[in-house]
Design a protein around this ligand. Sequence first.
Ligand SMILES: N[C@@H](CCC(=O)N[C@@H](CS)C(=O)NCC(=O)O)C(=O)O
Length: 202
Amino acid sequence: MKLYHSPQAPNPERVTNFLKAKGKLGDVEVEEISIMKQEHKTDDYRKVSPFSQVPSLVLDDGTTLTESRAICTYFEGIFPEPNLMGADPKEKALIEMWDRRVELMLFIQFATWFRNTHPAMAPLEVPQLPEAGAKAEKGARAMAKRIDAHLGENDFLAAGRFSIADITLYCFTGFAGVMKWKPHEEFENIGKWRERAKAEIG
Ligand SMILES: N[C@@H](CCC(=O)N[C@@H](CS)C(=O)NCC(=O)O)C(=O)O
């Protein structure tokens, strides 16, 4: 199998950090695709990922997975330890709930802010809509505040232990720096949680 990866891009990093936390990053062949050089828009890569997005995982039988969470689900199945997506129905549901909250209410709001206002995104986001970006910025900042409150009472996001939800948030906190925003410096609980999450990823 082969994993197509873009270093520093948050969705691909979600998958590589997931593999790292399982101690399996070295077991998977990785090919880098530069988004800034628009390598994801070449005809060759479009054959792998028709939506021209990274990451993608191509299995040995030719099956292709092009959603980061679906790729993590596959890796959870073939590399079950340590469990990162829930060991019983309640854990699975709680972890999915928090992972989706981070993805939909924080990550996507942030991406909308970033893509509509950052000059480097102008060639990829046509047209950029600064008003949409400003509205999404408010949503992202409000959600970060809610997550900080949650982490004031919990060591990890879901089920009382480290999981994919923490990996998704960890990738986000790193990526937010592209807008000169460091939620882990602005929010004390997110800052302390980030150290714990970093130790788990290894
Ligand atoms: N839902 C997809 C989103 C993937 C995605 O948006 N990837 C970004 C990098 S983080 C990308 O490929 N962007 C290229 C572009 O927008 O042209 C997933 O989670 O895998």
